[in-house]
Every structure is written in C-alpha cells, then in structure tokens.
Design a protein around this ligand. Structure first.
Ligand SMILES: [Zn+2]
Length: 156
C-alpha cells in the first residue's frame, strides 16, 4: 500500500500530536522549555521523538524537532515522513525540514509563536495546523512563568 505523499487525516494527525505533547510535558517536568516533537515514517511508524533540551543539556541547538530528528538516526530518505511538533517550527527547524525533504509538518499551535511554516507550505511541504488548546495553554503558561527563558530560546 503506497501511502507516500497522501494527505493525512485529522484523527491521525491528532494521535501523532499526543506523542509530541507527551514529550513537551516531559521537558517541562525536567525544568526545560515545553516543546515536543516526533518524526513519523511514511508508513506511520514512529522513527524518533524528543523535546527541547536547551536547559537540560545547555545546548541551544537542541530544539524539539532536532531532538526527534536525531533520535530517528539515519534514514535513507525522508520522503513521506511527517515532523510533528507542538509549536510552529522556528527558522532553524524549518530549514531542517527543507534540507532533508521531510514531506509534512503537523503543528499543535502557532498562536504563541509563528515560525516558518508558511514558508514551508509555499515550498511544497504539507502543513497541518491543529490549533490544539492543550498545546497553546502549555506554552502560554510557560511564557507567563518564565519570559526570560522563552526570550532566550527565540533569540529576543
Ligand atoms: Zn526550532
């Protein structure tokens, strides 16, 4: 069954988002920035998952999407894969999506931060924006409680 580049349905996207959201909550519990991500294969297999580790690893380059991507290890191709993230991807992670030819990005929310997903959409990446209230409230609370850490992460 060839599923590559078929549009994903909302129920599937929401099920995948639950993995990213669990990662975001794990990051928050560690005292980190609550952004989570997961990379799914063309056949729906979970390839890798992770969360932002700026605080935990003192590594500003370890964003949620980067962590999930690295956890997936080497893949022969990224065609048909889906990057699922709780928050609109920053320019750095949007660049990663384009560099490796990831086909689709599922986004929990883009209200608290609007990254590069419009640009990705203009370049043929399928964008599924779920406007998930849990993702939004998680980020809103975090930004309210620790604005300095958030501003550090987004480079403000
Ligand atoms: Zn990023």
């Amino acid at each position: 069954m060839e599923r590559i580049d078929q549009p994903v349905d909302q129920a599937q996207a929401r099920a995948w988002l639950a993995t990213a959201l669990a990662e975001a909550r794990a990051g928050l519990a560690e005292g980190g920035i609550p952004i989570g991500a997961a990379l799914y294969g063309a056949d729906g297999t979970l390839l890798g998952r992770g969360h932002n580790r700026r605080v935990q690893d003192a590594d500003p380059s370890m964003h949620a999407e980067t962590a999930a991507f690295r956890a997936a290890g080497r893949q022969r191709t990224y065609r048909g894969t889906t990057m699922v993230t709780t928050l609109s991807p920053c320019w750095y992670c949007s660049g990663l999506v384009r560099q490796f030819g990831i086909s689709r990005v599922v986004i929990g929310e883009a209200e608290t931060f609007h990254g590069g997903h419009d640009w990705l959409g203009e370049h043929g990446v399928e964008i599924v924006l779920l406007d998930d209230p849990e993702c939004t409230s998680l980020m809103r609370d975090f930004i309210k409680n620790d604005p300095a850490l958030w501003n550090e992460d987004i480079g403000d």
